[in-house]
Design a protein around this ligand. Structure first.
Ligand code: GLN
Length: 339
């Protein structure tokens, strides 16, 4: 009798342990032990640091002056562990990666419908600064991750003055990063002096009634937003916040509501790497966002946020090494949302 009770208890205990083990693991669980993460990040850095393909963006002159050999990779888990390899402390301009987080701000403050109706969430299949996409697609701005939709998103932020609007933009990026961020003045000046195309895009959107604030103010705020300095460490925390259901894993702050996160990730999956978003999703299986400064963030929901940085870009404007590094990490740690 005593024996059988003990046996019963032991079996029940084993079953409990087993189910706790399985419950703790999502279906596509990545192996996120510190040793494994460190090993995979180091391997990715070593494997791709010799890749010389692509070239720095040069349509913003200051970006062409950044050392093309810089290469950093960072990963953050929802429980706040941070892993870095390479040049993870180097500050570069966030550029278009900011668009995903400002889109999150607009979805959070103004709701799903406002994003759908005033901007849209479809792919353009065109380069990020396409004017043709505005002309040929009836809705004009199509998603907040290309320049047209990103400037529309900036124009939608509700504020009484440009300064107040800037405070919201900067504050949003800072809350995702978990620290104070500043504009890189040289990048800002360089882009402000050469952003005629973005001025044209904003003016055209305005003519179609798809820009919701003053044109020069919007272009200026957007240019400043793109010039905010970040490290790959910062970007991984930002991606990690989306991976952790909108809660910054380092500060613990709930930055956006958990139920808004899937919408942000859906837009990233659709348009995060511009006209190469499809091939990226096919190869890597993670929502992501790139910037012409050389950074890319990707989000494995519930598992990790990852960022990589290296300035040389491919024809679509996406960092060559950052793409290779993130693809390698996903293949070796797991996390592909379709697996
Ligand atoms: N500031 C850049 C621009 O508007 C951002 C583009 C990008 O990162 N793809 O051209």
């Amino acid at each position: 009798m005593i024996m059988s009770t003990m046996l019963h208890r032991a079996t029940a205990f084993a079953a409990l342990l087993l189910s706790a083990f399985y419950l703790a693991l999502p279906a596509t669980a990545a192996d996120l032990s510190p040793e494994k993460i460190e090993k995979v990040l180091a391997e990715a850095h070593k494997a791709f640091k010799g890749v010389k393909d692509g070239a720095n963006a040069d349509y913003i002159p200051a970006l062409d002056e950044v050392d093309p050999e810089l290469f950093g990779i960072s990963l953050v888990t929802p429980d706040g562990r941070v892993y870095n390899v390479g040049d993870s402390k180097y500050t570069f301009s966030i550029q278009s990666i900011s668009k995903a987080f400002i889109a999150a701000r607009v979805i959070q403050d103004q709701g799903t419908e406002a994003m759908l109706e005033q901007i849209g969430v479809d792919a353009t299949g065109q380069p990020f600064n396409s004017i043709e996409a505005i002309e040929s697609i009836e809705e004009r701005s199509v998603n907040p991750l290309v320049n047209a939709g990103a400037m529309a998103a900036v124009s939608m932020i509700k504020a009484d003055s440009p300064e107040e609007k800037w405070a919201q933009i900067q504050g949003t990026l800072e809350s995702f990063a978990g620290r104070e961020l500043t504009v890189m003045d040289d990048i800002y000046a360089s882009e402000a002096a050469t952003n005629d195309r973005n001025q044209a895009i904003a003016k055209l959107l305005d003519a179609y009634g798809r820009l919701y604030d003053d044109v020069p103010v919007t272009v200026d705020l957007y240019t400043r937003q793109c010039s905010v300095g970040v490290t790959s460490h910062d970007l991984a925390v930002m991606a990690g916040t989306l991976a952790a259901g909108g809660r910054n894993p380092v500060t613990g702050d709930q930055v956006i509501d958990e139920d808004k996160v899937p919408e942000v990730l859906a837009v990233m999956a659709t348009a995060g790497l511009y006209d190469d978003s499809g091939i990226w999703l096919y190869n890597v299986g993670l929502p992501a966002k790139s910037g012409v400064g050389g950074g890319i963030v990707a989000v494995a929901p519930g598992e990790y946020g990852i960022a990589a940085f290296s300035p040389r870009l491919d024809a679509a404007g996406n960092s060559v090494r950052a793409q290779l590094a993130i693809e390698y990490v996903v293949e070796n740690l797991g996390g592909n949302v379709f697996e």
